[in-house]
Design a protein around this ligand. Structure first.
Ligand code: AMP
Ligand code: MG
Length: 401
């Protein structure tokens, strides 16, 4: 059986090349840059006033001096003309500093009367005071953001200010989800006496979409070899990641692997040393990575967190696509673990000395109520020795997922 870490690196290795696209800035939030971004213009584009006041030429003024105000400059409306020595121009924040001036005196530092200002005796000004120099934020041609950077709202504002209307990013991976099983009916329908509801499809759609994928959920396929084979072949042509749910083992009624092979797929692995989620499958069908998730909802969820979502993030351009574990103190002792890494549903709370974690006593991979109640997956590595109450263990926070 493969270790989780080995399986994770094989999942990334199975990924094809990332596709690039340019998207409008408003749609670029959370995406990753496919190339460096340089400034197309300087910011500010002109020397600008940082305050409301009066623009003067510092060299020409002295305490007590009276200067006629010969015009005004406001944001979006520059003062045309040159300011002669001994005169001032009213300027508001963001306005271009008029030609012939270099300093702004705050309006509270002058007395204004009859179209003129009188400079105070203890003038607190200095040359260049309250002026934002052209290009002091960034200069045209400067590299503002590096390839691989994640586009935050701040980074997008920076790109906009620097003259860009679109961002060069990696395309959202197209994820197609197919659930298999004769026992399944869609959410909202009334199941027959031997049926259950397909809860995995919506769960995986939400997860993959939140991770940045473009998701299509094709719904439920019956447990029939030819139907599954044909549907997967068709779906793979329009997917970067083809996700199947259920039927991933090699039981009598597990059709996915055989159907994938019959459709032309190559299969990499299908057993991982982990709990829940052992029967996971990785393959390639055409240009799509095929990920076969187990049908048990908790197994499907944990495998999505560990394998599917990192693959989505990797294709989006993330350099560190795997979830980063945190540490918490155990509130209970735990026995030694077996040869399979165990991801236990757990509750994490803030204690006086940091996070504290309590695994749920019942760890059943079919129980969605326990999964929903958890806010963490406690990680018990393969063959971990017994852990005492109060010792530190790793966990994956589940945040809003
Ligand atoms: P399988 O992987 O097909 O052997 O399914 C394992 C268990 O998960 C069975 O109890 C299935 O009924 C259940 N299951 C399979 N697919 C889904 C699904 N899409 N939603 C909820 N439960 C499922
Ligand atoms: Mg099944």
């Amino acid at each position: 059986m493969l270790s989780v870490a080995e399986a994770q690196s094989r999942v990334l290795a199975a990924a094809g090349a990332r596709r690039r696209e340019a998207v409008p800035l408003a749609e670029a939030h959370g995406r990753y840059l496919a190339e460096d971004v340089t400034a197309l213009l300087s910011q500010p584009p002109f020397h600008a006033s940082a305050m409301d006041g009066y623009a003067v030429c510092f060299r020409d003024i002295a305490p007590g001096m009276i200067l006629p105000v010969i015009g005004e400059a406001i944001a979006g409306k520059a003062f045309d003309g040159t300011v002669e020595a001994g005169t001032a121009v009213r300027v508001l924040t963001g306005a271009p500093i008029p030609e012939g001036t270099d300093t702004v005196i705050l309006q509270e530092d002058v007395a204004y009367e009859d179209g003129a200002i009188r400079i105070m005796e203890d003038l607190p000004a200095a040359p260049g005071r309250h002026v934002r120099k052209a290009g002091q934020d960034f200069a045209a041609g400067a590299v503002l953001l590096q390839a691989g950077a994640k586009l935050t709202a701040r980074a997008i504002a920076l790109m906009a200010a620097a003259g860009h209307g679109t961002a060069p990013v990696y395309a959202r991976p197209r994820v197609v989800i197919v659930s298999t099983g004769d026992e399944l009916v869609p959410p909202g329908e009334t199941p027959g006496r031997d049926q259950i509801i397909n809860s995995n499809g919506v769960m995986l759609s939400c997860l993959a979409r939140a991770a940045g994928a473009e998701v299509r959920d094709l719904g439920i396929l019956p447990d029939r070899h030819d139907v599954i084979r044909d549907a997967l072949a068709k779906a793979a042509a329009e997917a970067d990641i083809l996700v199947t749910v259920g039927g991933a083992s090699v039981g009598d009624h597990d059709y996915v692997q055989a159907a994938l092979v019959d459709a032309g797929a190559t299969i990499d692995f299908w057993k991982i040393a982990m709990r829940p989620g052992k029967p996971m499958m990785l393959g390639r069908l055409g240009d799509a990575v095929a990920i076969g998730l187990p049908g048990n909802p908790v197994s499907a969820y944990v495998c999505a967190q560990l394998f599917l979502l990192p693959l989505v993030r990797h294709l989006l351009g993330a350099a560190a696509p795997f979830p980063a574990p945190l540490e918490a103190r155990l509130t209970v002792g735990l026995p030694a673990n077996g040869p399979r890494a165990n991801y236990q549903r757990a509750a994490v709370t803030a204690g006086p000395g940091g996070w504290e974690i309590t695994p749920f006593p019942v760890q059943d991979s079919a129980m969605l109520s326990r999964l929903e109640a958890a806010n963490a997956l406690l990680i018990r590595p393969a063959n971990a020795p017994a852990a005492e109450k109060g010792s530190n263990v790793a966990f994956l926070p589940l945040n809003n997922d």
